[in-house]
Design a protein around this ligand. Structure first.
Ligand SMILES: [Zn+2]
Length: 305
């Protein structure tokens, strides 16, 4: 860069002595005027131009090439940073009901029954479909719906799917437990500095390429104000998610959920659309994995003093 500047500041007569040819490219100066730039014999410009041998070179062309390369490098770095940031959304923006879900993957999903085995296989198949759709930028998506009672591993499997998508695609993903989201929004009402308000979640839920809505329907036990927030957020987010992949976990069946939101026609229409094209993964036989059954017939432990 410095060598170019030095060479360009050579006296005019010196320039002319070096060459009588001009660069064919039309170089425009900062005022918009086309300026003719002379060509120099590289070997007369000093050691900084050795690589050009005895070629005729235009210093302005060199400068512009270097500037363009510089801009490209900067923008490549920005793109790389942005990708990195997108990949990190899963880790910094996810909201779990139980922190152990953050580490859930296919590898640590314990399979003990045929049902669990089938559900894991189905989840892997769903991931393959999502990957294919994302790669060809499909407009039509489907919702994976994991249902069954509490503690059977729905959230674990949903997170495993999301983790896999996050690792294999340049996609932004987030896992959001609906009840926890509500608690955070409530907090934002009393604390002006707390950033996780309704707008924040509408943006997050609408923006990400793949979303897990964890424990949908469970918020209906909360107060009517909270229920209204969920409806507002879902209305906006689901509208934006029609061409994106959504994974839902719920204790309720598809029909129960549809009924639950039926009193609000706008939400109901969106929920119906969300669940219209659904891949169901159902846990019927699996019991709460977190509960260890206590055997009442076990010998009574003697108190030791
Ligand atoms: Zn030039």
């Amino acid at each position: 860069m410095k060598a170019i500047q030095q060479a360009m500041s050579l006296p005019k007569n010196m320039m002319m002595a070096l060459t009588s040819n001009y660069c064919e490219k039309e170089h425009v100066n900062e005022y918009g005027y086309a300026i003719k730039h002379p060509l120099y014999k590289a070997d007369l410009l000093g050691t900084a131009y050795e690589q050009y041998g005895t070629q005729l070179i235009c210093l302005q062309c060199l400068k512009e090439e270097r500037d363009a390369a510089f801009v490209k490098r900067i923008s490549d770095e920005a793109i790389e940073r942005e990708k990195h940031k997108r990949k990190n959304t899963l880790h910094y923006a996810s909201v779990y009901s139980d922190q152990s879900i953050a580490d859930a993957g296919f590898k640590n999903f314990e399979v003990a029954t045929p049902e669990e085995n089938k559900n894991k296989e189905d989840a892997l198949k769903a991931v393959k479909h999502y990957r294919a759709k994302f790669e060809k930028e499909a407009n039509e998506y489907f919702t994976t719906m994991l249902t069954g009672s509490t503690g059977v591993g729905k959230s674990h499997l949903a997170m495993a799917m999301l983790r896999n998508l996050n690792e294999t695609l340049d996609a932004e993903c987030a896992f959001v437990n609906v009840r926890r989201m509500l608690m955070m929004i409530k907090k934002s009402w009393n604390d002006q500095k707390y950033p996780y308000d309704q707008m924040y979640f509408i943006d997050l839920l609408s923006r990400v390429d793949f979303l897990v809505l964890d424990d949908l329907g469970n918020e209906t036990g909360s107060d009517s104000e909270a229920k209204q927030w969920v409806k507002d957020i879902l209305t906006e987010a689901l509208e934006a998610r029609q061409t994106k992949g959504t994974i839902v976990t719920s204790n309720y069946t598809r029909d129960q959920l549809t009924k639950m939101y039926s009193e609000d026609r706008a939400v109901n229409a969106l929920i119906s659309r969300l669940l219209k094209n659904t891949a169901p993964i159902v846990f019927k036989e699996t019991n709460d994995k977190r509960v260890k059954l206590f055997d009442l017939d076990a010998p009574i432990e003697e108190e030791t003093e």
